[in-house]
Design a protein around this ligand. Structure first.
Ligand code: HEM
Length: 519
């Protein structure tokens, strides 16, 4: 029987030019892959940390673990700065306080690309506004009014307006007493986090916008929802699909702000200099009310996103510990004069009290977890405290995580992870020196938070007044969970099925007292 031939293949004649071309393409692909998978570094750049999964490893960990990934990397390497290959780019992660300080001061490390992205995606800026925002000079001029508007008399007026609102709310609570000489009637607050959030938010927007404040309670709800979905909005991840409530809320906020700016209410005398001067500066540069409404939506958001969780952490850390509550009460009493049923808290005196100030500082150290971000605009050399220099290449990004210096045992000692306000009281000079540059809750350099003193005054005033007027029961310190993008603060991890129910009762002798703040 004939066995059929197995005809496997016929050699094809490939023209040599095609062969050479194919080889060149292959070599180019290999070179590109090598560049991506094994990027080469200038020897002056920070040391490279390769991911376990090439190309995407670091990105996956950053997305899933956020700032705590930087914390883990630092613990395992103890590098003052390192380079992470992230997809096709490089990310420099700064850990050493002196390098973070150098980055905060350096003019070629820029926050502007984030402002542009945030304005376009989260605020829905118009084409005209986007064109203006691409000009760094515009961004500079728009933020010029920040600092003078938040210091001296303008700051005092703003703090006064916010605290007046806070006092009004507290004076209504449990007034009159329940009889029987055992203090005032009890008020049960079903969710103290929500209660604090509403109280501080009302006060902040009233202080910002004056008597014609467009951010009513409904719009505050919209801001909280906008805050909750800020990552989806900023990254433009199908926001209308994934965050429809936040988008609708933002539209309502902007409609309310539009009427406010259109009717010129922002120039009224009881409006904060922060809102008034910023709108005036933008108007001078040709910005119209529609674009003021969208561009200025960041004001109430920035003013609340960190203040709300900061207040919550100060409140729980004080009232969960009877000795802390007593010390805060004592200090506030020392700053208060009583005239019959009128109590006047002098904020200048309270601001100098060491324990309540230390609690606020310790809250910021423990719970402030900002991931600072800058884009490298030009090749830049950063120098650390020992004179070592590191080159950061143009087009790369730089990041730092406040959790690294804020919780470093080298800096704060073996109890770095414990809540201990005493560390901020009578600190020896040697310790102060070690901490230099390591405590940065409000950032630094050209983006130092202009609202820091406003936030601290409101928080101290509110918590001090509560301690003075009320006995507070049922408070415990919840675990922390990561905050929303752009928010520096971790959030209390209160579970919906176990809301933080708290009982307030007027202290004996304080049943009918009306409190006011003197600023
Ligand atoms: C406890 C509350 C607050 C904390 C922890 C906080 C924290 C910060 C931090 C860390 C930065 C710098 C971000 C960076 O460098 O990347 C910043 C910037 C800023 N903060 Fe605050 N902040 C607070 C309250 C406020 C308040 C109440 C306002 C306004 C009323 C405000 C307005 C701003 C503005 C406008 C910037 C940007 C400054 C610039 O780009 O130059 N902040 N804040």
């Amino acid at each position: 029987m004939a066995v059929p031939h197995l005809h496997l293949s016929t050699p094809v004649d490939i023209p040599p030019t095609i062969l050479i071309l194919g080889l060149v393409v292959l070599l180019l692909i290999l070179a590109l892959l090598k560049g991506v998978l094994y990027p080469t570094l200038d020897p002056r750049e920070p040391p490279l940390l390769r991911p376990k999964i090439p190309f995407i490893g670091h990105s996956l960990s950053i997305v899933s673990d956020g700032g705590s990934y930087y914390d883990r990397l630092y613990k395992s390497t103890h590098l003052p700065i390192c380079t992470l290959p992230v997809l096709t780019n490089k990310l420099y992660v700064l850990n050493s306080p002196s390098l973070i300080s150098a980055a905060l001061r350096n003019p070629t490390l820029s926050f502007d690309p984030f402002i542009v992205l945030f304005s376009q995606n989260a605020l829905g800026a118009s084409d005209a506004d986007m064109q203006r925002l691409r000009d760094p000079a515009y961004i500079r001029s728009a933020k010029k009014p920040f600092y003078p508007s938040m210091s001296g008399d303008p700051l005092r007026l703003m703090v006064g307006a916010a605290l007046e609102d806070i006092a009004r709310g507290l004076n209504r609570l449990g007034v009159g007493g329940g009889g029987g000489g055992g203090g005032g009637c009890e008020i049960v607050i079903p969710h103290v986090g929500d209660w604090l959030r509403e109280g501080i938010s009302r006060a902040v927007v009233r202080a910002l916008y004056g008597g014609r404040n467009p951010i009513t309670l409904g719009r505050l709800g919209d801001i909280w929802e906008f805050d909750r979905k800020i990552t989806v909005l900023t990254l433009g991840l199908a926001p209308r699909l994934l965050a429809p409530k936040a988008v609708a809320g933002r539209d309502r906020i902007q409609a309310a702000l539009y009427e406010y700016y259109r009717d010129g209410h922002d120039q009224a005398p009881d409006v904060s200099a922060f809102v008034r001067n910023r709108a005036a500066a933008k108007r001078q540069m040709g910005v119209r009310p529609t674009d003021l409404a969208s561009g200025e939506t960041d004001i109430p958001w920035t003013a609340l996103t960190n203040t709300i969780p900061s207040l919550a952490w100060v409140f729980v850390n004080v009232f969960a510990r009877p000795d802390f509550a007593e010390r805060v009460r004592q200090e506030t009493a020392e700053a208060t004069s009583l005239d019959g049923d009128k109590a006047s808290v002098d904020m200048e005196t309270l601001g100098k009290k060491v324990f309540i100030s230390a609690v606020v500082q310790e809250v910021q150290r423990m719970y402030n977890k900002l991931c600072g971000y800058r884009q490298v605009l030009e090749d830049t050399v950063l120098r650390d405290v020992d004179g070592r220099e590191y080159l950061l290449k143009k087009g790369s990004n730089a990041q730092w995580f406040h959790g690294v210096p804020h919780l470093s045992e080298d800096i704060w000692g073996p109890d770095a992870k414990a809540f201990n306000p005493e560390r901020f009281i009578d600190t020896p000079a040697e310790e102060e020196k070690k901490r230099r540059g390591a405590y940065i809750p409000f950032g630094g350099g050209k983006h130092l938070c202009p609202g820091r003193r406003f936030a601290v005054a409101e928080i101290m005033g509110m918590v001090g007044a509560i301690a003075l007027m009320f006995d507070v029961e049922g408070v415990s310190v919840p675990p922390a969970k990561a905050g929303y993008a752009g928010c520096a603060m971790a959030h209390p991890d209160w579970k919906p099925n176990n809301p933080p129910r708290v009982k307030f009762s007027r202290r004996e002798g304080w049943e009918n007292v009306e409190l006011e703040f003197i600023v």
